[in-house]
Design a protein around this ligand. Structure first.
Ligand SMILES: Nc1ncnc2c1ncn2[C@@H]1O[C@H](COP(=O)(O)OP(=O)(O)OP(=O)(O)O)[C@@H](O)[C@H]1O
Length: 258
């Protein structure tokens, strides 16, 4: 698949980190998962995380959202260390949206009922609820399936629903965990376009992890490669596919991007 991004923003004006992980170390019991990991997600960027199964990608999302705490290191949102902030404070004060790999919706509610249920929790101004829901239904072309129970939606429709649910609270940052998994080629392309539009039209900073390396590299500005508890390479997609550490740790020799 070709590169879907028409252009990559090579130099962001006044780049500043909206999220930074500084010297993060974490073990579960005696197993070290992350060892002195540092990287930044710059405001307005789409950053990808790649790495083999079990390397710690979802764990990094859990650290960012506050589900778990690091053993060592700082997690900063807009320059403020949030390690001791509870989940709800991080997500509301700093407007972090999270799209989990599995689930994230009420199975027995229809698509519309799901949107209403979350909107009533996250939108204070009741007059805005229907406006916001209608805007998301139009944006993601969900009108024809609004009355179908979530459990009967296709994989791609479920992903669109969960992204729409995350957007109800107007996030500044969206974390997408394996959003291309188990989806067909056209559905992946549709999601890539949604992701790039969220960046370019809504100015949302996005962090995605996925195993579909080509699909991920097609829509990110920069990516980091995790291997053996560390970040072994980072840079633009073109820099990474020519990076020896990235090839050794993740891509292998025969990987082609375009
Ligand atoms: N709460 C936990 N307690 C103990 N071990 C955990 C916990 N959460 C994750 N792990 C372990 O940490 C490692 C990293 O898991 P994680 O889910 O972050 O990997 P991943 O890179 O997202 O993997 P995949 O690509 O397969 O989804 C795994 O070995 C996992 O078993």
């Amino acid at each position: 698949m070709g590169v879907i991004k028409k252009f990559r923003i090579k130099s962001f004006k006044n780049p500043w980190p909206i999220i930074s992980l500084e010297n993060i170390s974490l073990s579960f019991g005696k197993r070290k998962i992350l060892d002195n990991v540092s990287f930044k997600i710059n405001h307005g960027q789409i950053l990808g995380m790649l790495g083999p199964n079990g390397v710690g990608k979802s764990t990094i999302f859990n650290l960012i959202t506050g589900l778990i705490k690091p053993d060592y290191g700082k997690i900063k949102f807009e320059g403020i260390d949030v390690v001791d902030y509870p989940i709800y404070l991080r997500t509301t004060k700093f407007k972090i949206g999270y799209v989990p790999q599995y689930g994230g919706y009420f199975s027995d509610l229809t698509l519309l009922e799901n949107l209403k249920a979350i909107a009533e929790i996250v939108i204070d101004d009741k007059n805005l609820i229907y406006h916001k829901i209608n805007m998301l239904i139009a944006k993601f072309e969900l009108d024809a399936i609004r009355d179908i129970k979530a459990k009967f939606l296709s994989g791609g429709q479920k992903k669109k629903l969960v992204i729409a649910l995350a957007l109800l609270s107007d996030p500044k940052v969206l974390l997408l965990d394996e959003c291309f998994a188990a989806l067909d080629v056209l559905t992946i392309k549709m999601l890539q376009e949604i992701i790039v539009n969220l960046q370019t039209e809504s100015n949302i900073t996005i962090c995605i992890c996925d195993h579909q390396a080509r699909d991920l590299l097609s829509c990110v500005d920069v990516a980091v490669i995790l291997s053996n508890c560390k970040i072994v390479a980072q840079g633009s997609p073109n820099e990474l596919i020519n990076n020896t550490e990235a090839k050794n740790a993740y891509f292998g020799d025969s990987f082609k991007f375009n």
